[in-house]
Design a protein around this ligand. Structure first.
Ligand code: AMP
Ligand code: MG
Length: 193
């Protein structure tokens, strides 16, 4: 596969959005690490993420959104507790987990009845999700077992030939994965600090 190397300019983001909408894979920067994105509503596209990474299919993916309200169709209910967290923190390196709606397939959720959702702070990430016009499922853009990439160069070295495009958006600000908070049970629990 020929992997396009794109920039974070407007035309390239439109190109990358089209690739995702059409079922392809695009690596993109976020404030935490580089993500490997696909249309979260397309089971085949999501399967190709697991394949490109060599990731076990029971390890669920985070679904990325561009606007706070984009979470509404993805979950059973935005509880008052979830809304409070969203209003206090989003956009943020914070992922929340809630019971999933029927729109979310079992591939992206790793067979669970919950879904993990994040609205990233990174402007390029949000512009890409908007351009795609669909929620974007994305784990880190590395082969399973390797460290999560914080520079486009690391993604290029690892993923060239395996995915459709890589957006070079510079270095990631934080360099560690998002905090994961589940709101799916009786008590909120931080699953990943
Ligand atoms: P990453 O590989 O960094 O994208 O990791 C995503 C993290 O979120 C992993 O630790 C997953 O196990 C966790 N995760 C994603 N979705 C769920 C879910 N529905 N329930 C529990 N943990 C989840
Ligand atoms: Mg990772």
């Amino acid at each position: 596969m020929n992997t396009k190397i794109l920039t974070a300019n407007e035309n390239d983001i439109i190109t990358a959005g089209e690739i995702i909408r059409n079922g392809g894979l695009v690596a993109f920067p976020t404030e935490t690490v580089y993500g490997l994105g696909a249309n979260a509503l397309d089971d085949d596209a999501v399967r190709s993420i697991y394949k490109a990474k060599g990731r076990p299919s029971d390890n669920p993916l985070i679904v990325h959104i561009a606007e706070k309200d984009d979470i509404i169709p993805l979950v059973k209910e935005v509880t008052p507790e979830a809304q409070a967290v969203i209003d206090a923190f989003f956009p943020a390196p914070l992922t929340i987990i809630l019971p999933k709606s029927e729109k979310i397939g079992s591939v992206v959720s790793g067979g669970l009845d919950t879904v993990a959702v994040r609205m990233p702070q990174n402007e390029t990430a949000r512009a890409l999700i908007k351009a795609a016009g669909v929620p974007v499922a994305a784990p880190s853009a590395n082969t399973s077992g390797l460290p999560s990439p914080t520079k486009a160069k690391y993604v290029i070295d690892d993923m060239i030939g395996k995915i459709n495009a890589i957006i070079d958006g510079g270095d990631c600000e934080f360099g560690v994965e998002s905090t994961v908070l589940t709101l799916a049970g009786d008590t909120p629990v931080i699953l990943r600090p």
